[in-house]
Design a protein around this ligand. Sequence first.
Ligand SMILES: [Zn+2]
Ligand SMILES: [Zn+2]
Length: 158
Amino acid sequence: MSAAGGCQCGAVRYRAEGEIGYPHVCHCRMCQKAAGNYFMPLGGVMRKDFTLTRGAPSWFQSSHLVRRGFCGQCGTPLFYDAPEAPFINITLGSLDDPAAVQPVMQSNLENRMPWSHLLPDLPVEPPPEDDSREQGIARSACQHPDHDTETWPPETSR
Ligand SMILES: [Zn+2]
Ligand SMILES: [Zn+2]
């Protein structure tokens, strides 16, 4: 298996060969902050199977054992790295095909949102009657596509 991924703006891209180990979601307070989300989805890639294919992340040393990598240009959380470990954790939502890796575990339940089990039952917002705003966003999107690119941003559009 080979999987690629990267940040929203495309300045940082990576490739992972082989299995993505122990895909899980972590509910700890540090992962919530680092993701700006209710939990962080993470999976491990052996260092020998991990390559940065474009750019380099910025790092925040979140404890003396762990540093967190993110894109310094767009802020996307990308990595959870304990330098002692033989693997690096990637954020599973940053994969080009995030649906391909299904979590098998969750951790640090003491910080899990007390209403997290209710999320699937929330009412669904109806589609807008006038979708011109959505179309405008789609036409002008600066988000990197979900595949590797030769050059980015495309020279024709800037
Ligand atoms: Zn970026
Ligand atoms: Zn965590």
